[in-house]
Design a protein around this ligand. Structure first.
Ligand code: NDP
Length: 273
């Protein structure tokens, strides 16, 4: 059987083995998918050992996405734009590095939430790894505008500057206070604030009628960001469980050439939260 795994540290909490096992059963693909604890000082050696033992590909999670980028021999355009890799594929030409996080969130928003980004005013909160991986797929979806806002404003400005030549739309970068007076149709929380049970400190009145508030974080019930967005009048709310399943589906497609149906897998995961 072909072997795949997710590598991270810690890793025991990962839902990826369950997601990929469900995908494999659904599509009739003969594979095993494990969780691999990567020693902090020995990421590359652990990947090489997995590959030498016949492994075909890896998902990569915290804290190894930058090391995975460095380890890859070739990169997809979206991995180059993200500067980080969450998917490795091993073939005769070496190691291909991809980043499926951005495609995952875009598909969750546009297909699962039924909220196409084209022509919408989009606000991306955060300037860390998850935000970085989302900028190119967002720009490719042709929003009316894209503002990147971060607690540390200079990081948002720097991230926006990196994408000024990616296409006709120039993203703008700023701090949270500078958002006052603006309105958005889609607001994506790519900060890690929810991890400390907090919501980003945003000005009032950001949500346009019919707007979607999307938190990359997920869990049982609403996140602090979702609660704050509801109070501020966001019409629709979503956490990031769909993003998790969709980025996995994108990796599965890269490895196996088959796109699984994510809806039943997402429903099973949601029921198990
Ligand atoms: P990083 O550590 O790279 O970045 C953290 C970001 O959050 C920075 O922009 C930081 O701002 C900001 N931040 C942290 N605390 C606060 C706060 N209290 N208020 C406002 N901003 C804050 O994290 P990642 O980009 O890797 O991850 C971000 C989130 O996305 C996490 O919650 C993660 O779980 C989630 N995620 C979900 C995925 C999914 O599949 N659903 C996939 C990947 C990530 P500053 O620069 O000022 O420090």
């Amino acid at each position: 059987m072909d072997r795949y795994a997710v590598i991270g540290n810690p890793i025991s909490h990962s839902k990826s083995p369950r997601i990929h096992s469900l995908f494999a059963a659904q599509t009739g693909q003969d594979l095993v998918y494990e969780a691999l604890l990567g020693p902090i000082e020995a990421f590359a050696a652990t990947v090489e050992a997995f590959r030498a033992a016949g492994g075909r590909g890896l998902n990569v999670t915290v804290p190894f996405k930058l090391e995975a980028f460095d380890l890859a021999d070739r990169h997809t355009p979206r991995a180059l734009a993200a500067g980080a890799v969450n998917t490795l594929a091993f073939d005769v030409d070496g190691i291909l590095g991809d980043n499926t996080d951005g495609a995952g969130i875009l598909r969750d928003i546009s297909v699962n939430q039924g909220c196409p980004v084209a022509g919408r005013r989009v606000l991306l909160l955060g300037a860390g790894g998850a935000a970085r991986g989302t900028v190119l797929p967002l720009l490719e979806a042709a929003p009316a505008s894209l503002v990147i806002a971060n607690r540390t404003a200079s990081k948002a400005a720097g991230l926006a500057d990196e994408f000024t030549r990616s296409g006709p739309l120039r993203p703008l970068g700023c701090g949270f206070a500078e958002l006052a007076g603006q309105r958005f149709d889609v607001v994506i929380n790519a900060t890690s604030a929810s991890l400390s049970d907090a919501a980003p400190d945003l000005p009032d009145g950001l949500y346009a009628p019919g707007s979607l508030a999307y938190d990359m974080m997920y869990g049982k019930g609403d996140t602090p960001f979702m609660r704050a967005a509801r109070e501020q009048g966001a019409a629709r709310l979503s956490d990031g469980l769909g993003m998790l399943v969709e980025q996995a589906a994108e990796s599965f497609l890269l490895w196996r050439g088959v796109r699984p149906d994510t809806a039943p897998v997402l429903a099973q995961l949601r029921a198990g939260l």
